[in-house]
Design a protein around this ligand. Structure first.
Ligand SMILES: [Zn+2]
Ligand SMILES: [Zn+2]
Length: 915
């Protein structure tokens, strides 16, 4: 012992143990890091904020040391006092949090909503009664909800303003805002070459460059804490920066601005250090949040005033003045349209003022007006791109597909009149989905085709693609042109892929359309189970995006290759590197008429400006957006042929998509439901699923085909085994467990609530199973989110194994057997008690029935009461421990780690070895 002690040193301070500072070995680690002083360890734990050893992950244990005068049992008054203090703290916390909730969820939205309403009623009297309105208790909840919406909107407006500022600072303002050096300032919009501006934005704005480095820290602080005092400051540097940059054009002033920025950034750093979310919202117990509430309310008012009230009234007066009032009112969206009109007018006014200020050389106000104009322009463009464009697409899709659902324009008009908001939103959503799928298809095309073929479409994957920068830099007429072009392209594709096929189906298969989208309540198939089928089986299979995408890509590639060879456009479509091995004949044809490589697509000339801009943007970032190709004879003619071929293919594809799944689904469903009509969603889903399955099987078979018969046989065997295993598991996990679960739920909750005692409850296993599937899914999700216990680890293991490595034995032993036995027990025990034990005791038949029917909820109640009681007892024990520690704890001692095998004699684990 002595010799060992001499070598033993603390792993932290490297000194030896002394009688008053002994060494401990608290974790599994051995060797030179085995020993440690308690003080050193405690300090380290405080520093690292961990409770376990970082190397061996052993949790350090301490035994409490109580003062010697501690009574064996705490006196009752101590317990009472402890209880009282804890109740007191609870009440204080409750009060504080109620205050916080009241402030953030009550006062803020309510004031926002009332102020908003007061501003928009438009009369002076409402302004005077505002203080009274604030305190009125009418429509509290509705106003709160509305107010939340208002606050969220202004918050979003604020965040996007900050972001936009960042974008302007980062990418540099557009040329017309920056040209102090240029002689004629009134050439504002048209004069500079925007292509160059977009391409070399970074190089062209030396005046904006100095503030840029200082800006990011400011942004970082401003972002996480939008709704507090910072917003005011968030605006400040922008103005400072702008004014400073505009007022003085030499470097000195810029330096001054930078100093200012640095100072601000420092300030913010300090503020951000102190400000956390908890502190800001008042969750840390302090009352500072009241100040933040005040800031949010006043800022919100300011935002409403500036961004909603003024534009609305500008728009309103101009609309009234021009006599368009009835049209605007007829649109059901009076406020929105008026506000947008106001914004448009505002933008025009700003341009005019900007021009005027430039004329009289008021640099400062010129700059300010320019920035304001950019803000208005970008927000209008965002509204158009995100709001109006999908809306147009949605309505156009709807109009083109009217015949498919046997509807007419009149129906649509009626539904719009009855619920304008919902109809608009639905159409917008549909349009959004359409635009999204269109964009993802274009992305897919880009992967297949030669870079440069799709020059006329924006590349969303390009790291340099930045729509906001384009909105800032490109002039408005170019955006307008692009917008019209997109509308034409999207619209004609809808015509080609929806309207035309529907007409053709109408002509050739008159009985096929319309699709049946009405729900029949008396349909023989239970809607619920069908929906479940749809949600549980079909959608997940279809959402297996990777495969579908791969597949679509393969199809597109095949199409492109075949079209390329057919039209001799292989080089144009797929580029050079691919046909190196097969391009001899192609080359022979090509080299005679057009020797050398043509970098110049004739179409380039058409969209020169835009394309040049894109090219500039593309080339700047490194990736090559263009690859040379060889042009064959009569190139334009071939391109026209290609487009025609493409149209025909799209037409046929959409024809197949519209008819095949529904056809298959109807045919399959007719076995089940006979001739009655079902919702087309089900038939389509069913048919799609069948198509998907068959195509999947075919591809798998094709992939196996070249490998020979024995391998196919082996694979088939493997697959059959796997499928059999999966079937057994599915039967257990998706069949038996949900059935039992649903039955239990029905017995415990549904039947006692729904069926009176003098009636006999009926159970439908099918329905119970469907409900049980739902419950099982919910329970599994909750388990996976909750803390670690055996069920969670088992489910995670099963998920990790997946279907390919399915472990039947493990699943049955660890998952199915315990769960099923627990469920069966909880089903059987009450039944045995009610039907077997109670009659032998000899009670009246009425009593027997009562017991039979009510035993399940009763037992549930008993179980939950026991659970609550045990929880309370545990809580009380902790409180007791806490009180004891408060009063009598004098210190704690580290517990040495004892190996279990060796310490068999020392039974209790916390067994401190005396030094
Ligand atoms: Zn030490
Ligand atoms: Zn350790």
């Amino acid at each position: 012992m002595e010799t060992a002690d001499e070598a033993d040193i603390c792993r932290v301070c490297r000194s030896e143990g002394t009688p008053d500072k002994p060494l401990y070995h608290p974790c599994v680690c051995t060797g030179s890091i085995k020993f440690i002083h308690q003080e050193c360890l405690v300090q380290w734990l405080k520093h690292s904020r961990k409770e376990y050893c970082e190397l061996c992950k052993h949790r350090f244990a301490f035994t409490p040391i109580y003062s010697p005068d501690m009574p064996p049992r705490l006196p009752i008054q101590d317990i009472c006092a402890g209880l009282l203090t804890s109740v007191g703290t609870a009440i204080r916390y409750w009060f504080h949090y109620t205050l916080v909730a009241f402030a953030w969820l009550g006062v803020v939205p309510l004031t926002a909503c009332r102020i908003y309403k007061c501003l928009f009623t438009g009369s002076v009297s409402s302004l005077l009664t505002l203080p009274l309105d604030m305190l009125s208790t009418e429509n509290l909840l509705a106003d709160c909800l509305q107010g939340c919406f208002v606050v969220t909107c202004s918050l979003c407006a604020f965040i996007s303003l900050v972001w936009l500022r960042e974008q302007i600072v980062h990418g540099g303002p557009p040329l017309w805002l920056e040209h102090h050096q240029q002689p004629q300032p009134n050439a504002a919009g048209q004069q500079p070459n925007e292509a160059a501006g977009a391409g070399q934005g970074a190089a062209d704005d030396p005046p904006a460059a100095p503030p840029a480095p200082a800006a990011p820290p400011a942004h970082n602080e401003a972002e996480p804490e939008p709704p507090d005092g910072l917003p005011e400051q968030g605006e400040e540097p922008e103005l400072d920066n702008e004014e400073e940059g505009a007022a003085a054009e030499d470097a000195d002033a810029n330096n001054g601005a930078q100093d200012d920025m640095n100072w601000n950034a420092l300030e913010w750093d300090r503020a951000a250090e102190e400000l956390t979310w908890e502190r800001m919202l008042g969750l840390d117990g302090s009352l500072v949040f009241l100040e933040h509430v005040f800031w949010v309310v006043s800022l919100n008012t300011l935002f409403i005033l500036v961004f909603a009230f003024c534009p609305y009234h500008i728009g309103h007066f101009s609309v009234v003045g021009l006599g368009f009032e009835e049209y605007v009112q007829a649109s059901h969206f009076e406020g929105l349209i008026t506000t947008i009109v106001g914004y448009i007018l505002l933008a025009m006014t700003l341009i005019l003022c900007h021009g005027f200020a430039a004329l009289v050389r008021f640099q400062r106000s010129r700059r300010l007006l320019g920035v304001c104009y950019i803000v208005v322009k970008v927000s209008l463009l965002v509204v158009v791109e995100i709001g109006v464009f999908p809306l147009i697409c949605g309505w156009w899709l709807d109009i083109c597909s009217l015949e498919m659902f046997d509807a007419s324009l009149k129906d649509r008009e009626l539904s719009f009149k009855s619920a304008p908001g919902t109809t608009m939103f639905l159409h917008w959503l549909v349009g959004m989905v359409y635009v999204f799928y269109f964009a993802s298809f274009i992305l897919l095309l880009r992967e297949v085709l030669r870079p440069g073929v799709l020059w006329f479409l924006r590349n969303l994957n390009d790291p340099d693609f930045n729509p906001v920068q384009e909105m800032i830099h490109l002039p408005i007429y170019r955006h307008l042109r692009r917008f019209i072009l997109s509308v034409v392209v999207f619209g004609s594709i809808v015509l080609l892929m929806l309207w035309l096929p529907i007409r053709m189906i109408k002509v050739f298969l008159p009985a096929f359309l319309p699709y049946n989208v009405l729900l029949y309540s008396d349909a023989p198939v239970s809607e619920l189970s069908l929906e479940l089928l749809l949600l549980q089986v079909v959608l997940p299979a279809l959402l297996e995006q990777g495969h579908t995408r791969q597949w679509l890509k393969g199809l597109v590639r095949t199409w492109t290759v075949s079209a390329g060879y057919l039209l001799d456009l292989h080089s144009y479509l797929l580029g050079e590197q691919e046909d190196n091995e097969a391009n001899q004949p192609v080359n022979n044809n090509n080299n005679n008429p057009a020797p050398g490589h043509h970098n110049n697509n004739p179409a380039h000339v058409v969209g020169e400006g835009l394309h040049a801009a894109h090219q500039a943007i593309l080339q700047q970032g490194g990736p090559i957006g263009f690859q040379p190709y060889q042009r064959p004879l009569r190139f334009p003619f071939r391109i026209v042929l290609l487009i025609g071929f493409m149209c025909v293919t799209l037409l046929v594809a959409s024809l197949v998509c519209l008819t095949l799944p529904v056809f298959a689904g109807r045919w399959l469903m007719s076995f089940w439901t006979g001739s009655s009509k079902i919702h087309e969603l089900y038939t389509a889903a069913c048919g799609l699923y069948v198509c998907w399955l068959s195509i999947r099987g075919a591809t798998v078979l094709l992939a196996w085909m070249p490998q020979g018969r024995t391998i196919i046989m082996i694979k088939v065997q493997e697959w059959t085994l796997m499928i059999l295993k999966t079937l057994v598991v599915a039967l257990l996990v998706a069949g038996v467990i949900p059935l039992l679960l649903g039955l239990l739920f029905e017995l415990v909750i549904v039947a006692p609530l729904r069926v009176p005692l003098d009636q006999t409850p009926l159970f439908y296993p099918w329905q119970d199973w469907a409900l049980g599937v739902l419950h099982a899914k919910i329970i599994a999700a909750i388990t996976l989110m909750g803390p670690q216990w055996w069920l969670k680890s088992v489910i995670e293991q099963v998920y990790a194994n997946g279907i390919r490595n399915i472990d039947l034995h493990f699943i049955i032993r660890k998952l199915a057997a315990p769960v099923i036995s627990v469920l069966l027990l909880s089903l059987c025990v009450p039944y045995v008690i009610a039907a077997g034990v109670v009659p032998t005791v000899g009670v009246t038949p009425e009593m027997q029935i009562l017991i039979q029917r009510r035993i399940y909820p009763f037992l549930l109640m008993v179980v939950s009461i026991i659970g609550i009681l045990s929880f309370q007892i545990r809580q009380f024990k902790r409180l007791y421990e806490h009180i004891k520690n408060d009063k009598y704890l004098v210190g704690q001692r580290l517990v040495n780690y004892e190996r279990k095998a060796r310490g068999a004699s020392s039974v209790p684990p916390p067994n401190p070895i005396p030094e």
